[in-house]
Ligand binder design. Structure first.
Ligand code: NAD
Length: 347
């Protein structure tokens, strides 16, 4: 397989491989100070090679901070396969990807991300041992319910910080994206007594959730126009920007806490914007760490109860960040970044 090393400042290794059939893959290893890098593989139809590289770099850096802040013995890495999974995904291609992962000899462990299904992992697993979160018997399986549980802990901590109660009983919450994480999160919120509204492009999933769980449907842009106390982005990244942040504040939103990765379009500018409105932003990679915690529990023998117990600590970590940000008069995302970089010796 043809591979080439790409030199990128601040990253330990970035390698690009030709998987055949005109499909390339990039593995980005950001930092392995705390352990081998682990992060999912995203199979996505990027417009340009630069887009694929940028995504791999951004996501792998995020994984370093996520694992460090969750106190896991893991580093940050991520891989992307550039192509339309519906059109170019074949067994041969996934096997070539497994060979590519093997070429790093354990510096990077792969897992599931957007565009990769559990069946794909099963194929990859036949050719590499550097893989986690598969459907194998001793594996941790779908991380989404644990991720949702962690996001719920982040919301409870934010409520404690702001309202002096760690419950959202009677509060109006909007979830954007009722997928694997959003739907599980909705169940926790409803059980806690919240009134849950949701936007979802998949009308079948939305109708099911509304009919069976009493969730109130919103149209796709309803999260920007509807009054609420809490907003939970659980779909895509970059939803918090100079347009949406004032809209959310005008709608009375006081807490932003959701499962999506990279919610702030510009981490420094947009976290400052959120702070100026008085809304509380619980940093994404702090509250959505349940998934990686669940996967990390595979090292040394998976235990579901240990994963939940470790994920429940997201409550304390979130509260610490919110309180420190208030004391230091800084955006929460900045405080969290400073703490993570200090743990990695990058401060
Ligand atoms: P998913 O694909 O199951 O769910 C996303 C849902 O959002 C889908 O149902 C999709 O139809 C919907 N959606 C997409 N665009 C939308 C829009 N504009 N408005 C409303 N709905 C929209 O994915 P998931 O596993 O639930 O992950 C959700 C987010 O959380 C992603 O950003 C993911 O990277 C992040 N995340 C997931 C995990 C995990 O364990 N699954 C862990 C950490 C972070």
């Amino acid at each position: 397989m043809k591979t080439q090393e790409i030199k990128v400042d601040g990253y330990e290794r970035v390698i690009e491989a030709d998987l055949g059939s005109h499909v390339t893959s990039i593995i980005a290893v950001h930092n392995t100070k705390l352990g081998p890098s682990l992060g999912g593989c995203r199979f996505y139809n990027y417009v340009t090679r630069e887009d694929a590289l940028t995504d791999a770099l951004r996501l792998s850096e995020g994984m370093s901070y996520k694992s460090a802040m969750a106190n896991l013995p893991l580093g940050g890495g991520k891989s992307v396969i550039a192509g339309d999974p519906q059109k170019v995904k074949t067994r041969e291609l996934l096997e070539a990807y497994a060979d590519f992962v093997n070429s790093l000899d354990g510096l990077y462990y792969t897992a599931k991300d957007v565009g990769i299904e559990l069946e794909d992992l099963d194929i990859i697993e036949q050719k590499t041992k550097f893989i986690k979160g598969t459907s194998a018997k001793n594996s941790s399986g779908d991380p989404s319910p644990v991720t949702a549980y962690g996001v719920f802990q982040g919301i409870r901590a934010s409520a404690q910080f702001l309202w002096r109660t760690n419950s959202v009983k009677g509060r109006k919450v909007i979830i954007q994206g009722l997928g694997h994480v959003g739907f599980e999160l909705a169940k926790h919120l409803i059980e806690d007594g919240a009134v849950v509204h949701a936007c979802e492009i998949n009308t079948e999933a939305l109708n099911y959730a509304c009919k069976n769980y009493g969730i109130i449907p919103l149209d796709i842009n309803g999260w920007q126009t509807t009054k609420a106390d809490v907003f939970c982005p659980c779909a895509m990244g970059a939803v918090l920007d100079s347009t949406s942040i004032p809209m959310l504040a005008n709608n009375g939103v006081q807490i932003i806490c959701g499962g999506a990765n990279n919610q702030l379009l510009d981490v420094l500018k947009d976290s400052q914007r959120v702070r100026e409105t008085g809304m509380v932003y619980a940093p994404d990679y702090i509250v959505n760490a349940g998934g990686i915690i669940n996967i990390a529990c595979e090292f040394g023998g998976y235990s579901a109860s240990r994963a939940i117990q470790m994920t429940s600590k997201i409550y304390d970590t979130t509260l610490t960040i919110l309180e420190r940000a208030k004391k230091q008069d800084k955006p929460t995302a900045v405080v969290s970044l400073e703490m993570a970089r200090e743990k990695l010796g990058l401060a």
